[in-house]
Design a protein around this ligand. Structure first.
Ligand code: ADP
Ligand code: MG
Length: 158
């Protein structure tokens, strides 16, 4: 099945963190990266006194289970030495499962579609690049994309 992953980083060598995270996804069994968005720089959400983020999104084709994919995401984050200090605080790498084709989940461990997709420019912009119709699988984010605030995010060249 296809899965969309959102990546975010605002500590250390941010561009390098994205490159290394992509390498880690390439190493996952039964998984291929089928599409990359470009990279965006965004103002921090929730807690302003921290560096800007780099964000992007990937489409994966995978046959591992949603739970295994979540485990892989958390494992890759842990491999970067991520420590969760406080909510919406700085993070060396955040990997969120945004969507999975034909799959939904609403447990605390795994919510898919990710509940914050429609509220966050740094998710909507890369998602729109991957799905220019504004519909990803059967998830319609076109209206949210059209009205998202445009001033807190910009393209970033790496
Ligand atoms: P956030 O991404 O909201 O800033 P965290 O990355 O610290 O916060 O949250 C991680 C926790 O969220 C994980 O322990 C994971 O079980 C849970 N979670 C629930 N749904 C998802 C999802 N779709 N993708 C990634 N993590 C999720
Ligand atoms: Mg997360």
């Amino acid at each position: 099945m296809k899965a969309v992953i959102g990546l975010g980083t605002n500590m250390g060598e941010r561009a390098e963190n994205l490159v290394q995270a992509i390498r880690a996804f390439e190493l996952l069994p039964h998984t291929k990266i089928v599409k990359y968005s470009s990279v965006y720089e965004s103002k921090p959400y929730g807690y302003a006194e921290q560096p800007n983020f780099l964000n992007m999104a990937l489409i994966l084709e995978t046959s591992i289970s949603p739970e295994a994919l979540l485990g892989a995401c958390l494992g890759i984050e842990a491999g970067f030495g991520r420590i969760r200090r406080f909510k919406n605080g700085p993070r060396i790498l955040d990997l969120d499962i945004l969507l999975m084709e034909g799959y939904t989940s609403d447990t605390e461990l795994l919510r898919v579609p990710h509940p914050q997709i429609l509220n966050r420019s740094f998710v909507l912009c890369p998602l729109y690049e991957l799905f220019p119709s504004g519909v990803a699988f059967d998830f319609d984010f076109s209206e949210a994309y059209q009205r998202h605030p445009k001033n807190d995010i910009q393209p970033y060249r790496i």
